[in-house]
Design a protein around this ligand. Structure first.
Ligand code: GRG
Length: 310
């Protein structure tokens, strides 16, 4: 995909740092996978089958968007990428747990990241436990991060826990299941998206920013950026469920209509949904318009989210 040539106010209108979103995602993936490889249960180890199941899902592909957002947010606040690596790893671990559980027969699917889902390979019991292991160990990773001062660490743990809990991912998933087969209003749909998908994206950005010592003003602007990007991400996800290529997305299509799920495309149609996604990208960019070139990775990632095909 083409690189994004971002303009920022601090660059006086001249082309700022050119950030290629795909390249940034690749770098984030390499960094976070190296980190995960170190912290996850070692192959073999005490309970080899659990290590295998955890590693199968956590090291088995994925865009690594949430880690990239965490690293990009740290950079946007003048920090080094490395300062946000534990946050990046923890949010990816929680994301991966949520995918494993979301794919279980009680909830969803057979294919994920282009491969059979965890329960197809390891059985339901081990898939549930591999998810539990990732969720729990994510907090160990955050708590053990000695490079970040304790008060920032506590704030990050709180952000990430809130994103994963009843007011975030889990609550959003329950609301989503309850909404199947019903007509939902726009506020109801946005309520679900903000929790099921948006909360962890928000925590990725805020967590990375907090690790880098963000000011309250920067954190506020970045939160706005993350909310818009998160909603855009889910609208595009719903569009990909209608018109995506399974070879690119690595999962099935048409699942939302089979379940009679209320989605943006189902309610407003394809064109209006695309239009809303494009508006949200612009709103995300506007939220961080006062940032300089240090926020160009986040700008490139927001544009990627709006146009992604995987
Ligand atoms: C606690 C039993 C139990 C279940 C909870 C929390 C949960 C299950 C599900 C969360 C909801 C969920 C899976 C939302 C999905 C959001 C989404 C669009 C995921 C796909 O993200 P991508 O495209 O995936 O970033 P990759 O594979 O690229 O990482």
């Amino acid at each position: 995909m083409a690189a994004d040539r971002a303009l920022s106010p601090s660059s006086g209108g001249a082309p700022a740092r050119v950030v290629d979103a795909e390249g940034y995602l690749r770098e984030a993936a390499a960094l976070v996978e190296c980190y995960l490889d170190r912290v996850l249960p070692a192959p073999g180890g005490h309970i080899p089958r659990l290590a295998e199941a955890v590693r199968y899902s956590a090291l088995g592909g994925g865009k690594r968007l949430r880690p990239a957002l965490a690293l990009g947010a740290a950079e946007a606040c003048g920090g080094a990428r490395d300062v946000a690596l534990p946050v990046a790893a923890a949010v990816e671990m929680i994301h991966t747990y949520s995918l494993i559980h979301d794919d279980l027969p009680a909830m969803d699917d057979d294919f994920r990241r282009g491969r059979p889902t965890s329960h197809k390979v390891f059985g339901e019991a081990l898939a549930i436990l591999a998810g539990d292991a990732l969720l729990t160990q994510a907090f160990e990773v955050l708590a053990a991060d000695g490079a970040v001062p304790p008060e920032r660490r506590t704030a990050i743990v709180r952000e990430v826990a809130a994103a994963g809990g009843p007011a975030g991912l889990v609550g959003g998933q329950v609301a989503d299941l309850e909404g199947e087969g019903r007509d939902l209003t726009l506020p109801e749909l946005e309520f679900i998206h903000a929790r099921k998908t948006g909360a962890l994206i928000l925590a990725s950005v805020r967590g990375g920013a907090i690790a880098a010592g963000a000011s309250a003003a920067r954190l506020g602007a970045l939160s706005e950026y993350a909310r818009r990007t998160g909603l855009c991400f889910q609208i595009v996800d719903d569009l990909l469920d209608v018109e995506g290529d399974p070879a690119a997305t690595g999962k099935g299509t048409g699942r939302d209509s089979t379940k009679r799920k209320a989605t943006f495309p189902a309610i407003f149609g394809i064109d209006a949904s695309r239009q809303r996604a494009a508006e949200l990208v612009e709103e995300a960019l506007a939220a961080i318009a006062d940032f300089g070139p240090e926020a160009d990775p986040l700008r490139a990632l927001a544009r990627f989210v709006g146009r992604r095909d995987r």
